[in-house]
Design a protein around this ligand. Sequence first.
Ligand code: AMP
Ligand code: MG
Length: 413
Amino acid sequence: MTASTTASAPPAGKSALLSVEDALARVLDDVRVLGPEQVALAQAPGRTLAHDLAAALTNPPFDASAMDGYAVRAEDLSGNTPTLRVVGESAAGWPYAGSVRPGEAVRIFTGAALPDGADTIVIQENTLADPESVRILEAPRKGANVRWRGSDFHEGEAVLTAGTRLIPRHVLLAASAGHAMLAVVRKPVVAILSTGDELVEPSDRPMAGQIVASNAYGLAAMIEAAGGEPRSIGIARDDAEDLAHKFQEAAGADILVTTGGASVGDHDLVRPSLEAWGASLNFYKIAMRPGKPVFFGTRGSTRLLGLPGNPLSMMIAARIFLVPLLARLLGRTDKLAPVPAKLTVALPANGPRTHYMRARLDTSAHEPLVAPLGGQDSAFVRALVEANCLAIIPANAPALPAGSTIDVLALDF
Ligand code: AMP
Ligand code: MG
């Protein structure tokens, strides 16, 4: 039993924030898979297959030898070390034109077509040969060392299913099945807008009170890894006019992600500015730690996701909400869900917000073990690199003794 099933319901009351699960359900509600486009195989890795893929070819395309040796008729092998007449040769790409008759053998090499009449390959190590004849020292069973036509797959058979995120072995299979182009789901275009008067590009050196705008870079990398197409539209100042101006550049994007300015401070203008731009917002506060000021909404066909300014909160919230949204838009069928692991230390009772703790997962033991790391300040980014997973402590979880099973999310970003 994981801790999430033992957690009690959040107390009803004035500050009932939206739970992560409910918020994610709203983000994913009514999301339809984007349309397909054709790409060459070389462009296919990382893309998501739009339709089931039927083989255009049969593999192996012909009965072929799996070994170097002699193609024979099994019925000729019954005697004691029988000797067969070698009538020709079949090499890869150079099939033997004739057929193998009783008492005959054809010299054959790996990948060569099995000649008509033959049904078995005797490996050369089990023969004694001279140019005209071959003596069989050890007879294999009938059919040995032959790869039969179609024993891998047949033309017309579905070899890959829609929603498959293509990794190298899928690309290999698609090529073997005779496809030079694949129909993949169009990449969701994600506009990224950083906001904040204090932000400067990493190529600049911050002056007093300034800080490097790192969010857009981490976010773009995450979006790309998740199969989307990031499009940075730069930094907006904490100014309604500048924000409105920058929003224009998100036109046509499937998603606009903003970072920063999402709280309720005097300079947090992103939400009101989006509303002034015609956005309708669905929620804006989530019971999660870090990352409470997350909002979600839509404007026309563009989905809007407001992420916290703190880099670490931003990355975690992006992993929790944006990555599944991209997966849904792509129709991906692979699982992004957390996995269970055993706590190596005790944890105190949790408050009303799901806590995503940077942690280290150890999978070398007979069961996965997880140890939360110290220093969970949401502005510290180095800690995110030292961690390899997020330990998920459910909202209102009771104190958890060492050995409790909790869910963890691999930090694959
Ligand atoms: P905010 O949500 O705008 O109040 O920002 C919260 C914190 O995150 C502040 O310390 C900001 O300076 C910082 N921050 C905001 N945007 C970025 C960014 N793009 N890159 C790095 N830090 C940021
Ligand atoms: Mg700000």
